[in-house]
Design a protein around this ligand. Structure first.
Ligand SMILES: Cc1cc2nc3c(=O)[nH]c(=O)nc-3n(C[C@H](O)[C@H](O)[C@H](O)COP(=O)(O)OP(=O)(O)OC[C@H]3O[C@@H](n4cnc5c(N)ncnc54)[C@H](O)[C@@H]3O)c2cc1C
Length: 413
C-alpha cells in the first residue's frame, strides 16, 4: 500500500520507519529542508517512561493561579483572544479531575514503556547512534512535604512494571557525584534505572537516513496546504513546492504535523484538541563535573541531560500560541535553576538557546488512530513526551494502518 506521511518530526519519521518495515511504499513530506528541524530539534533528550503524569493533575490549577503573570513560572498561561486556546484551557481543567488524571497517567505509562522497548529493539536492529546513554533518570525533590508523599506514586508505577526506587540524598550523590556541589537542599529522589537519554534530532535525522535506505521517499521544502476528501475517504493532499501547487495522492494518509495538525484537520471536520505549549532548552559545553545520570528537578520542572560533551537543560511550559521567539527571562530562569544543582558543570557563557512548541492535548495523551475517513490516520499530540513515545506510537500506527491490532493497550481512535 502507498502511504503518505505528513510531517518529518520524530513522530512522522518513526512512523515511516515502521510502515516501511511492514512492507508499505512510504513517502514523507515536510516544509523544512530535512527531518527533525521543528519541535524535535532540541528537546530535553529524556526517554522518561518514569514521568507519565500529565501537567493536568489535581494540584495544577492552584499552581497555575499562583504562577500567573510570573515570567519565570514553570507553567504559564498567557491568555489571548484565541477561541482554541480557551477551549483547550477548559478541557485542561477537566483533565485535572483525579480520575481523569489517573486514566491519562496509565495510558501514557503503558505507551511509554512499550515505546522504550521498541526504541531499544530498533537500536539493537540498526546500531543507530544518537549520543544515547542508558544510565537512568533521577527525579530529585527539594520540597520535603512533596517528597514525603511520593510513596503512593512509586507504588502505582511499580505495580505497572516500571523499575523505580526511592533514594536518600546520600544515595543520590553516590549515584550521581556531580550533584555533590549542589547549593540547594535536595531532600531525596526517585530513580528510574531503565530510563534513557539521547539527542532526538540526531535520532530523527539518522533514522530518516536509514529509512531512505529501506526505500522511504522524503520530500522536503514541501508546504502542506489542504487535505482533499470525497465521501468517507481522503483523496489527496494539496501542497506547494517551489511556488507551484501540486496534488499528491496515496492509498492512506498519516498526519504527523505536531502542533500544526489542527490547521489541516479542522477544515475537513476533524477537531483534534492539540494546542502548542511552548518550552525552552539551553545547551552548553560541558567543562566540569557533569551528570551521566539524567536529572529532573521536580519543583522547577527542568531536565538536565548529558548529550555527548554538551549539557542540555530544558523545561518550562507557556500556553501562548504559535510564537517561537526566545524569551530571555525564561531561558535565564532555567540556567539559574540548573546552576543551583550543577554549579561547575557547563560553560553558561556559551549557551545555545532554543524554543519549541510541544503539540499538546489537554490530557497529554496523544491522538493515535484512524479518523472517520477510512484511509486517514493520525499520530499527533505527543506533548511533553513525544521523544519518549515516538517509537511506540510509530510502531502502533504502522500496525493499525496494516490492519493489525497494536500490541499495546492504549485508547486508540
Ligand atoms: C523544551 C522542550 C523539551 C522537551 N523535552 C522532551 C523530553 O525530554 N522527552 C520527550 O519525550 N519529549 C520532550 N519534548 C516533547 C517532544 O520534543 C515533542 O513531543 C516531539 O518533538 C513532537 O514531535 P512531532 O514529530 O509530533 O512534532 P515536530 O517535531 O514539530 O514535527 C512536525 C513536523 O511537521 C512539519 N509541518 C508542520 N506543518 C507543516 C506544513 N503545513 N507543511 C509541511 N510540513 C509541516 C514540521 O516542519 C515538522 O517537521 C520536549 C519539547 C520541548 C519543547
Amino acid at each position: 500500500m502507498k502511504v503518505l506521511v505528513l510531517g518529518a518530526g520524530v513522530v512522522g519519521v518513526t512512523s515511516a520507519w515502521y510502515l516501511a518495515k511492514a512492507g508499505h511504499e512510504v513517502t514523507v513530506i515536510d516544509r523544512e529542508s530535512s527531518a527533525g528541524l521543528e519541535t524535535s530539534f532540541a528537546n530535553g533528550g529524556q526517554i522518561s517512561a518514569s514521568q507519565p503524569e500529565p501537567w493536568a493533575n489535581p494540584g495544577a490549577p492552584a499552581k497555575i493561579i499562583k504562577w500567573l503573570g510570573r515570567e519565570d513560572a514553570p507553567l504559564l498561561f498567557r491568555l489571548r483572544a484565541d477561541r482554541r486556546q480557551w477551549s483547550w484551557g477548559l478541557r485542561f481543567l477537566l483533565e485535572c479531575l483525579p480520575w481523569r488524571t489517573r486514566a491519562n497517567t496509565l495510558s501514557i505509562l503503558r505507551l511509554a514503556m512499550y515505546s522504550r522497548a521498541r526504541l531499544q529493539a530498533l537500536r539493537r536492529d540498526t546500531g543507530i547512534e544518537y549520543e544515547h546513554l542508558e544510565k537512568g533518570i533521577l527525579q530529585i525533590h527539594t520540597d520535603a512535604r512533596e517528597f514525603e508523599s511520593i510513596d503512593a506514586r512509586v507504588r502505582m508505577l511499580l505495580s505497572h512494571g516500571l523499575a523505580l526506587s526511592v533514594r536518600s540524598l546520600a544515595e543520590v550523590v553516590a549515584l550521581e557525584p556531580a550533584l555533590r556541589d549542589a547549593t540547594i537542599p535536595i531532600v531525596g529522589a526517585t530513580y528510574a534505572a531503565d530510563d534513557e537519554t539521547g539527542d532526538a534530532y540526531l535520532f530523527t535525522d539518522r533514522l530518516s537516513g536509514l529509512a531512505a535506505r529501506e526505500g522511504v521517499n522524503f520530500g522536503y521544502n514541501v508546504e502542506i496546504e489542504r487535505l482533499l476528501t470525497e465521501g468517507d475517504a481522503a483523496k489527496g493532499v494539496a501542497v506547494r513546492v517551489a511556488g507551484r501547487r501540486e496534488i499528491l495522492t496515496a492509498d492512506s494518509y498519516l498526519v504527523a504535523m505536531g502542533s500544526y495538525s489542527p490547521f489541516l484537520l479542522s477544515p475537513i471536520g476533524i477537531n483534534v484538541p492539540v494546542y502548542p505549549v511552548k518550552g525552552y532548552s539551553i545547551t552548553a559545553p560541558i567543562i566540569g563535573p557533569s551528570p551521566n545520570v539524567c536529572i529532573t528537578d521536580e519543583a522547577g520542572k527542568c531536565g538536565m541531560t548529558r548529550l555527548g560533551d554538551r549539557l542540555r537543560m530544558a523545561g518550562t511550559a507557556e500556553v501562548s500560541g504559535y510564537d517561537t521567539s526566545i524569551n530571555e527571562a525564561r531561558c535565564a530562569a532555567i540556567a539559574d535553576r540548573v546552576r543551583k544543582f550543577l554549579p561547575n558543570s557547563a560553560d553558561f557563557g556559551k549557551l545555545k538557546k532554543w524554543a519549541g512548541l510541544r503539540p499538546a492535548t489537554p490530557s497529554n495523551v496523544p491522538v493515535i488512530g484512524r479518523t472517520r475517513y477510512s484511509n486517514l490516520y493520525l499520530n499527533t499530540g505527543h506533548g511533553t513526551l513525544g521523544w519518549t513515545l515516538a517509537c511506540g506510537s510509530g510502531s502502533a500506527i504502522a500496525d493499525l494502518i496494516s490492519g493489525r491490532a497494536a500490541d499495546v493497550q492504549f485508547p486508540f481512535q
